[in-house]
Ligand binder design. Structure first.
Ligand code: GTP
Ligand code: MG
Length: 324
């Protein structure tokens, strides 16, 4: 019999369940039931409806999913063991690290930065790609970074400057960043599978950056009637991202654009693209904006374990810093 650990490592699919073939699985996915967990917590009537199967088949599939997932409680010790291998990647700047709980961005979690053009989302992504390579005692993860570039904003010259900022050899730092240009949202989704394969093949990837998360989705599903489709696809993508972060203990950093929200008359009239779908799926959300005298302001929003707070920092030639 497979041990619990082995079971966790083999990702179970809907089609591993009795009575669920590819066609039924596709129907379930269409209804937003993307994995064993969402099926396990659904009612037989919901599943029967969504998949066009009998209630008996639905019940059997739900029961199988529940036993395969070992649904139940894990004690606090077990839970904390699972979190023991969580690692952090420094942003290069103490105030921003502190805002995020002290050590920068966290593995097994998605950190989202949203903000206007030029607010520094890409700069943070590029510096994380460099800092991920630092030794652990200097705030790194001693690993490689993957940069999924949807807008053509990856800048090797900027990476070199950041590398010099941490006293590392620019060429080797560049070599440890695996860059892929995503040409459309389908391509962007497909690239996630590649990352899983690379990790399995032994690449020491510790950080995944997606800059920008939403640009393709926004451009491709811009019509009025397409919002539901876009949200469903984004939902799937966020779900796949979280799964990748959990399975391979990756830190995930995504950037998100904002749109003007004319309905808001007070405060900052901007809203992140993807709305609740992206917001709820992100573990940490940072709102970035320009501050006074060339400074930058980051605001942490709706974190599960940290207070909503703001901090000031600077984007300098060598990296993100506490002072200009
Ligand atoms: P969009 O992708 O257009 O939505 O913007 P963004 O939020 O990704 O902005 P980005 O991270 O590209 O920030 C651009 C800003 O970073 C510039 O306006 C500069 O203020 C700053 N910046 C970029 N390169 C350098 C540099 O070499 N030195 C310094 N000091 N600042 C830089
Ligand atoms: Mg950018």
């Amino acid at each position: 019999m497979a041990t619990k650990k082995e079971k966790e490592e083999k990702t179970l699919e809907l089609t591993d369940l009795p009575g669920i073939g590819p066609a039924v699985a596709a129907k379930l996915e269409g209804a937003g039931i993307l994995d064993l967990m969402s099926l396990a917590v659904s009612s037989p009537a919901t599943i029967a409806d969504a998949a066009g199967v009998s209630a008996a088949v639905a019940r059997k599939a739900i029961q199988a999913a529940r036993s395969m997932l070992d649904i139940g409680f894990s004690d606090g010790l077990e839970f904390s063991k699972k979190r023991e291998n969580v690692h952090y990647i420094t942003t290069g700047c103490e105030s921003l690290n502190n805002l995020l709980g002290g050590r920068g961005i966290e593995s097994r979690a998605i950190t989202e930065a949203f903000g206007a053009f030029g607010s520094g989302k890409t700069q943070l992504g590029l510096s994380l790609a460099v800092n991920a390579q630092l030794p652990k005692e200097k705030g790194g993860a001693e690993g490689k970074a993957v940069f999924i570039d949807t807008e053509g904003t990856f800048r090797p010259a900027r990476i070199k400057q950041f590398a010099e900022g941490i006293g590392a050899d620019p060429e080797s730092v560049l070599k440890n960043i695996l860059v892929a240009r995503a040409f459309n949202s389908d391509h962007q989704m497909l690239l996630l599978e590649k990352i899983g394969e690379m990790v399995k093949a032994g690449e020491p990837i510790k950080l995944l950056i997606i800059d920008s998360l939403t640009a393709h989705f926004r451009a491709e599903y811009s019509g009025r009637g397409q919002l539901a489709d876009r949200q469903q696809k984004l939902n799937r993508y966020m779900h796949d991202l979280m799964k990748l972060a959990e399975t391979h203990n990756l830190a995930v950093y995504v950037t998100n654009q904002v749109m003007a929200n004319p309905a808001q008359m007070f405060g900052d009239p901007t809203t992140a693209i993807g709305g609740n779908i992206v917001g709820h799926a992100s573990t940490y959300r940072l709102y970035l904006r320009r501050g006074k005298q060339g400074s930058r302001v980051a605001k942490l929003i709706d974190s599960p374990n940290l207070p909503d707070d703001e901090c000031v920092y600077w984007v300098t030639t060598e990296g993100l810093r506490d002072k200009a």
